[in-house]
Design a protein around this ligand. Structure first.
Ligand code: PEP
Ligand code: MG
Length: 693
């Protein structure tokens, strides 16, 4: 080490202890800005300007023989939340040996046999610490020649399952209130609860090849990769499901761990790096599998009589620690019990309503199961993503004449109407905001020769004509091109078809099922009141025609998305025509920053490194800039129409810090993808409780 130091630093290792100490302190401060710390902060919404602190403590030694040792323990199980001491220690060792996973440690209860007096004292202090902090503690200790030292205690990191169990137990023990319980659970962590488990039937057929420590729950199946970088590339570039297999993990592996479905390590205990980090991320992890023989450089390992190379398939059960050969099908999680208790408390505290972004009956039913109170965004173009439907929307886009387009729309109408009906049925009377067609042309125009051929046949054109048509439709900035309400301005028949589909579906389901449905029709990408009025007039005319035809007096509402900066600034006028606003913060962010939402990922990392931006503005709402536009629009909209309903349906609708902003800005609801609904329910409750505080 001295030689490495001299080589890197061009000077000898300092021998003055004070200089050594100060250099060590500086190294800790520098660590705040290393790439791993930057990634970690971004993943956990930690602002870069907080900085870090350094504690200087006198050293005690756990490596002074068999009456010395060191360990890490939790007052409750950080994986399951079960009450009772949980931890590990090593005799004659230093702390780094435990956390680095270099030696496989003993369970803490073994300390009662090895050093009973120390164990008794340890348990007494652990209980007092938990009583004092009224939360599960994560403690580090060292025993030096029979004398116990506590090095640190903190509220322990835990899985979502454990967080819920512990919060409910602490309420039942009379130590905290339900409000505190709701505030104690990190909203984002609920993602973990909704993670997959193995399909029970498939699992029976699985071939078990080993078992190790169940370090972080969940089920994972995928192809093995041996380095974090390979895992990340396979996942991001090839869309592979990946299992990261390592001798042991280190912080350098964080991005690979993030990309992985599951992590398998040869060394390390339940408090090793891999275990702690995977639990924090909610990624399935099986650790300390000593039966594995691995050659990381050659990218090969063997276990249970089999040899696995890069790309071979295995499955992991983070609940039992079992390792299986091949891919075992996983299935979606179900939630109940204490989760329901927390969600009920949260629902009682929140003011924001929670809707979902869904475009299929299956997603709708799933979102309702997870507590969605309606649909905030049904992207109607997504209803045509399936292989048998996409040709029809292409036909509509490529039509040359009104007759051709009307014919294509007639073909789309039955699909659209039957989907709306199925979704209204799945919603059981809950509201649905239907967003009219907004297909950025580059996403929908065919590029595959086989697709072009099929389309040419269907449209009675030659392949060359179809190609030419696609070329003609080429746009330099498709995201700012012929999309959104601009399509309906050019081709009013599109809005007419969609209106007929929504109105007929709503009238029929209301009659058949007895729900009182009030369709909410949302016009996208509006920038001016007159633009909205133009499309609205078409919608009203068609809706009234359908009502007459069906002899119905159904009530319907017409609103708009606010997703162009101009719309936010002109919201006072736009509200004269719009009954509701929904903030499309994906486009609003794109157009406020001038960052392409499809490409920003390519350069944002340089911005994080340069500390220009700390987080992805497409994931976490930029409250200062984009947020200012939302506040202006909300204020102006309310001035014109005091009871205007306002929501958010961009991706930010499922992000806790953005949800807190929406609460604060006085929005009516947030809308997010189905699996984020529980996160949004909890985050909305936390926002309400925090603002009361
Ligand atoms: C948005 O722009 O935020 C939005 C919800 O619409 P889309 O993502 O479909 O453009
Ligand atoms: Mg949009």
């Amino acid at each position: 080490y001295k030689a490495i130091y001299a080589e890197k630093m061009g000077a000898e290792f300092p021998q003055d202890p004070k200089v050594q100490l100060m250099e060590a302190v500086k190294a800790v401060f520098r660590s705040w800005d290393n790439p791993r710390a930057i990634v970690y902060r971004r993943m956990n919404d930690i602002p870069g300007d907080w900085g870090t602190a350094v504690n200087v403590q006198s050293m005690v030694f756990g490596n002074m023989g068999n009456t010395s040792g060191t360990g890490v323990a939790f007052t409750r199980n950080p994986s399951t939340g079960e009450k009772g001491i949980f931890g590990e220690y090593l005799i004659n060792a230093q702390g780094e040996d435990v956390v680095a996973g270099i030696r496989t440690p003993q369970p803490i209860t073994k300390l009662a046999e090895d050093l009973p007096k120390c164990y008794e004292q340890f348990m007494d202090i652990a209980n007092r610490l938990e009583d004092h902090y009224r939360d599960m503690q994560d403690m580090e200790f060292t025993i030096q020649e029979g004398k116990l030292f506590f090095l640190q205690t903190r509220n322990g990191k835990r899985t979502a399952q454990a967080a819920i169990q512990i919060a409910c137990d602490l309420v039942d023990e009379g130590r905290i209130t339900p409000e505190e319980a709701v505030l104690r659970i990190e909203a984002k962590s609920l993602d973990q609860l909704l993670h997959p488990t193995f399909d029970a039937e498939q699992l029976k057929k699985g071939e078990k090849i080993g078992q190790a420590l169940p370090a972080s729950p969940g089920a994972a199946a995928g192809k093995v990769y041996f380095t974090a970088e390979d895992a990340k590339n396979a996942h991001e570039q090839d869309g592979e499901k990946v299992i990261l297999v390592r001798l042991e993990t280190s912080p350098e592996d964080i991005e690979g761990m993030h990309a992985a479905e599951g992590i398998l390590t040869v060394r390390g205990g339940m408090t090793s790096h891999a275990a702690v980090v995977a639990r924090g991320m909610g990624t399935c992890c099986v650790s300390g599998c000593g039966e594995i023989s691995i050659d990381e450089d050659a990218k090969v390992f063997s276990l249970g009589g089999y040899t696995f190379h890069e790309g071979d398939e295995i499955s992991l059960d983070g609940g039992t620690g079992f390792i299986y050969k091949g891919m075992i099908q996983t299935k979606e999680a179900t939630v109940s019990g204490n989760f329901g208790r927390i969600m009920n408390w949260a629902d009682g505290f929140r003011r924001l309503r929670i809707r979902t972004n869904a475009d299929t009956p299956a997603d709708t039913a799933n979102a309702v199961r997870l507590g969605a109170e309606g649909i905030g965004l049904c992207r109607t173009e997504h209803m045509f993503f399936e292989p048998n439907r996409i040709p029809k929307i292409r036909k509509m886009i490529l039509s040359d004449t009104l007759e051709q387009r009307e014919q294509a729309l007639q073909e789309l109408l039955p699909f659209q109407k039957s989907d709306f009906k199925a979704m209204y049925e799945a919603l059981k009377g809950r509201p649905m905001t239907v967003r009219y067609l907004d297909p950025p042309l580059h996403e929908f125009v065919p590029t595959d020769p086989a697709d072009m051929e099929a389309l040419a046949k269907d449209m009675g054109m030659t392949v060359e004509q179809v190609k030419q048509k696609c070329d003609d439709l080429h746009e330099f900035n498709p995201m700012m091109g012929h999309r959104g309400c601009r399509l309906a301005v050019t081709y009013p028949e599109i809005a007419r078809m969609q209106t007929r589909a929504v109105m007929e579906a709503a009238i029929e389901v209301s009659r058949e099922k007895g729900f009182s449905i009030e369709p909410e029709i949302m016009i996208p990408l509006v920038g001016d009141k007159k633009e909205l009025k133009f499309v609205k007039d078409i919608v009203v005319e068609e809706a009234e025609t359908v009502k007459k035809e069906r002899n119905s007096n159904i009530i319907y509402h017409i609103g708009t998305m606010i997703e162009i900066p101009r719309a936010a600034l002109m919201a006072g006028e736009i509200a004269e025509e719009a009954e509701f606003f929904s903030f499309g913060t994906n486009d609003l962010t794109q157009m406020t920053f001038g960052f392409s939402r499809d490409d920003a990922g390519k350069f944002l990392y340089s911005y994080y490194q340069a500390k220009i931006y700390e987080s992805d503005p497409f994931a976490r709402l930029d409250q200062n800039g984009v947020g200012q536009l939302i506040r202006i629009a909300a204020e102006q909209g309310k001035k014109t129409r005091p009871n205007i309903k306002m929501g958010i349906c961009g991706e930010h609708g499922g992000d806790p810090s953005s949800i807190a902003f929406c609460h604060d800005a006085g929005l009516t609801y947030v809308s997010c993808s189905p699996f984020r609904v529980p996160i949004a329910r909890l985050a909305a409750a936390q926002a309400a409780l925090n603002s009361k505080k």
